[in-house]
Design a protein around this ligand. Structure first.
Ligand code: PLP
Length: 366
């Protein structure tokens, strides 16, 4: 991991614990983007080729086939594309929960105009429990949509039992993966997820402007995109364009090539390092932080149960804004969110950085 830390120059002058907000730029990503620009000067832009490679690398990362991946500009657009491509009927329902990022709320509440009911599950100890979804699901449930890792509490949801539950009721499991993919091992076949949307700029360690949407092959014929762009079309027509049979049918116009070039590079590095190894490092840093904060006068917002935790640990205390400002002045990069101070442990972070944060928080809370 040490040489990978060196490829994040930001780590030399701050303690960067904010990947849940935005990944820091690595030298690999910057170089790939610069090389692409130089190629462009030489009229060798090859943007579509790079986007295809990025799609393939994301497929490899999550264990899907390449033709189940559509490029998207971000997570919001991926979730929205799925929501608007599903054939909802009056009286059906969608289950979301109170912890979701708005990116995973609006695509579903918009379906109310088709007569779809949106059911909201309450959280328990910062997480969403399977049994609470079980109480709400019924034969009219079309979709359960959930983040694999919650953005505010860092709760990590086990997907296989959830997909089993959904499939028992004939519902799709849609997953917002932006706080998980790249940090935690994702095995889309094992989890049996139906749709998975992810953006580039957090744990995938890319620049913003790229994203991926996984759509399980068997569902592709049942999806009717609300909007059609030329990338989705295999044969143009003024009457009825013929769409690709693959997930490409969910693509639109020209993607941000620079974003995909950078993201391709970062995913290749993630795969080379190994997602098992990355996950182990991220979780052990987060565990150390959780244990350290547990002995202080702070309230942990992240779940107590280790199996429900990820690399995102949030806590609050008296006057969290004051603590956040002091930590920022001391050189930490963190996030202040409605739930408290959010710390995210990247694989490039060290135990020393975590110990120093615990000490500084201890001083501040007395
Ligand atoms: C869980 C979650 N979903 C979605 C988003 C928004 O993602 P995007 O900007 O890729 O649409 C965020 C951003 O913070 C997030 O944390």
């Amino acid at each position: 991991m040490k040489d990978f830390r060196e490829s994040f120059p930001i780590t030399e002058h701050v303690i960067y614990l904010n990947t849940a907000n935005h990944s820091p730029p690595s030298t690999h990503v910057k170089k790939a983007i610069q090389d692409f620009l130089l190629d462009w000067d030489n009229l060798q832009r090859r943007g579509d080729y790079k986007v295809d490679l990025a799609n393939n690398s994301f497929a490899k990362l999550i264990g899907s086939d390449s033709d189940e991946i559509a490029c998207q500009p971000n997570t919001s657009r991926g979730l929205s594309t799925i929501a608007s491509s599903i054939d909802f009927r009056n009286g059906e329902n969608v289950i979301v929960n109170e912890l979701e990022n708005w990116a995973n709320i609006y695509p579903w509440t918009l379906q109310r105009k088709k007569g779809v009911e949106v059911r909201i599950v309450d959280a328990t100890d910062g997480a969403i429990l399977l049994e609470d979804i079980e109480k709400m699901i019924d034969d009219r449930t079309k979709v359960v949509s959930i983040s694999q890792v919650q953005w505010l509490t860092g709760a990590r949801h086990e997907l296989r039992s959830l997909s089993d539950l959904c499939h028992d009721y004939g519902a799709y499991l849609v997953v917002d993966g932006i706080q998980a993919a790249g940090a935690l091992k994702v095995d889309i076949r094992k989890e049996d997820v139906d749709f998975y949307a992810c953006g580039s700029y957090k744990w995938l360690l890319g620049p913003s402007g790229a994203g991926f949407l996984y759509a399980k092959k068997e569902h592709l014929p049942n999806l009717t995109p609300l909007e059609v762009g030329y990338r989705a079309v295999v044969e143009n027509s003024l009457k009825e364009p013929l769409l690709h049979k693959t997930a490409k049918k969910l693509e639109f116009g020209e993607p941000s090539y620079l974003s995909f070039v950078g993201t391709l590079e970062s995913i290749v590095h993630i795969i080379r390092l190994g997602t098992d190894r990355i996950e182990r490092q991220i979780i052990s840093l987060a565990q150390r932080l959780y244990d350290g904060l547990s002995s202080l006068d702070v309230k942990l917002v992240s779940p107590e149960e280790p199996r429900l935790r990820s690399g995102v640990i949030s806590f609050t205390a008296n006057n969290p804004e004051h603590i956040y400002n002091k930590l920022t002045d001391a050189g930490y990069v963190l996030s202040l969110r409605p739930a408290g101070i959010r710390v995210s442990t990247g694989f490039f972070n060290t135990m020393d950085e975590i110990d120093s944060l615990i000490e500084d928080v201890a001083r501040l809370v007395g």
